[in-house]
Design a protein around this ligand. Sequence first.
Ligand code: UDP
Ligand code: MN
Length: 231
Amino acid sequence: MAFASLATNTTEAFVTLATNDDYSLGALVLGYSLREATTSKKLHCMITEQVTTPVREQLQRVYDDVSIVDVLASNDEANLALIGRPDLALAFTKLNCWRLTQYSKAVFLDADTLVLRNTYRALLHKATTEGSFDGADQGLLNSFFSGWREASSAFRLSFIYNVTGGIFYTYAAAYKKLRDQVKIVHFIGTQKPWRGGVGIQMPEFAQIWHRIYERHVAGTVPGSSGTGSQD
Ligand code: UDP
Ligand code: MN
């Protein structure tokens, strides 16, 4: 009978990570964006001890489960300095996702992503990783799944599942054509929507991020106003 329970483990989830209150603002907006996209899957946010109590309470309002994980650091300051992202030292912590064995499938989304449309089916059939060898998590994942580049295209996601500012810049024509199909926006780099400031990448999508923020997050946690909303 002990094995029978394994067969019933069919719960599937979207998972994110926030190691501090700053990234938690991103995780909150991501969670609400998934709710607004009417996901039928569980939402799970991994946090570390650093996240403060009022912020944890807000995360619990939108995520089905908020679990505390240990920090995994890459200890590779040299390479992170090379790519100009010392802030990514903790990004290895997302590998804790593989320990969430209560789910039969889990899709990890960075806290700086925004879901615009229901993405679930294609994501689970095609989810894989991308990036470069860089001292952060992407480098590690790429070496582990080193066959992905040669694997069939069924293992890759279309660009509409990870739309970044750089891609828009390089592929303006593709953006124009696919803008209305974009499913997941990813605000990569040090400038995040919740940090405000000028020159925010992809202003059109940053505005959607800010609208969700204003609807659900602003004023609910200490310091959660004044992110430079462009509305
Ligand atoms: N992250 C975190 N705390 C940190 C750095 C990263 O929680 O100090 C998590 C968060 O989910 C974030 C992801 O790791 O979205 C990857 O970092 P980031 O999005 O800043 O990298 P980028 O997409 O800009 O390369
Ligand atoms: Mn990111």
